[in-house]
Design a protein around this ligand. Structure first.
Ligand code: BGC
Length: 379
């Protein structure tokens, strides 16, 4: 008991202790962090799954492959827990064909035009893994890496610190990049994500979380009746390959205007895109520090999710490419619009757009971003 207390005071529970606590059985559902084997990659690397049980009742499962959140259970208006994140039942699902369910995305999330950029006079060519463009860090981005995990339990906040070192030249990017991503859950059912990164050569960095949410439950059909508010008056228009033109345009009188809460499905068919749906970056209203970026409400379950971030942009993606062929958890079929992503980030193709906020990290500096997905019940 004294040892446990000391550990929680220190903030970090060693895995051994977590397992010892878990063996007692009934304590498993209590606030804390437990660990279990999740499977092996083809090369034999063992992947673990951590279960974070928060003081507010939320339960999150995270695997060391891609830092993927495989499950997130939060209460509905009747206090009933429901899993609001799309995902698979096993490691094979995530390795074989995941549309980036629940993962950490990097080194540069979103698109880089033609996979090309010039930095300090040198041209870099990255993989083109999305038509002519580079998407979400390339062929083997951070979503496909094995992260070192350390559980956290500090003053009622449970969490997991995930670390990964991306080597100089990995996926064509310059510099050894040390990345630390910390997930935590508190007594208010807020999922906080803190990202830091340092490098030994100038490099572009743009990290995000790619969870697909469905507040009615991951297996409950589409999200078209969710109400969405985004604190953005402008967005970054793109070409047909989703590369920004470099301009910022007003959302006014477009189907992209979510300045007041509107049903996601209300104007979705007005969007001229193939496939039809939302897949765009919003320019969040400026402000210091962590600020409200979006609020989503599901009238049926009464669940509300607020997104707060330090980032200048947020990508709204409504699962336009989900086609019903993706067999998810418990045999769920994820059809088009079966989930939505709100990816807090810098703007797409920032490395080639001189008018967008810079994503270049210099040696000696620290990349920092914080995002909170705060769950509550409609009042
Ligand atoms: C992008 C989509 C892409 C999806 C992949 C999103 O972040 O905006 O265009 O299809 O990721 O799952």
């Amino acid at each position: 008991m004294r040892t446990l207390l000391l550990c929680s005071l220190l903030g970090i529970l060693s895995v051994g202790l977590v397992e010892a606590q878990d063996k007692k059985g009934p304590t498993a559902a209590k606030v804390g962090v437990t660990k279990a084997p999740y499977g092996k990659l083809a090369d034999g690397t063992e992947i673990d799954q951590y279960t974070l049980t928060g003081a507010g009742g939320a339960i999150m499962k995270v695997i060391t492959y891609g830092g993927i959140v495989t499950e997130l259970k939060v209460p509905d208006k009747d206090g009933k827990l429901g899993d609001v994140c799309l995902g698979f039942d096993n490691l094979e699902g995530y390795v074989k064909s995941s549309p980036y369910f629940g993962c950490i995305t990097g080194r540069v999330a979103n698109r880089i035009a033609n996979g090309k950029f010039t930095l300090d006079g040198k041209e870099y060519q990255l993989a083109k893994n999305n038509g002519p463009n580079h998407l979400h860090g390339g062929l083997s981005g951070f979503d496909k890496k094995v992260w070192k995990a350390d559980p956290i339990n500090l003053k009622g906040v449970v969490g997991l610190q995930l670390k990964y070192t991306s080597k100089d030249g990995e996926e064509g990017y310059p510099g050894n990049l040390n990345v630390v991503v910390t997930y935590s859950l508190n007594e208010k059912n807020e999922w906080r994500i803190q990202y830091t990164a340092t490098t030994d050569k100038a490099t572009p960095v743009n990290l995000t979380q790619h969870a697909y949410f469905n507040l009615a439950g991951h297996d409950s059909g589409d999200i078209l009746d969710h109400q969405l508010m985004i604190a953005a008056d402008q967005y970054t228009p793109t070409d047909k390959n989703l590369i920004p033109t470099g301009k910022l345009e007003s959302v006014k009188d477009t189907p992209f205007d979510f300045t007041t809460a509107t049903t996601i499905g209300k104007r979705i068919k007005e969007i001229k895109a193939d496939p039809v749906g939302y897949d765009l970056n919003y320019v969040l209203r400026e402000g210091k520090g962590l600020r409200l970026a979006a609020r989503v409400t599901d009238p049926k379950s009464g669940r509300v999710m607020e997104v707060l971030t330090t980032e200048p942009g947020i990508q709204l993606y409504t699962g336009n490419f989900l086609d019903g062929k993706t067999k998810g958890k418990g045999g769920a079929t994820y059809k088009q619009y079966g989930g939505f992503c709100l990816e807090t980030q810098h703007f797409p193709d920032s490395i080639n757009q001189k008018n967008f906020p810079s994503i270049v990290l210099q040696p000696g500096k620290t990349y920092e971003q914080t995002t909170v997905y705060a769950f509550s019940i409609q009042k």
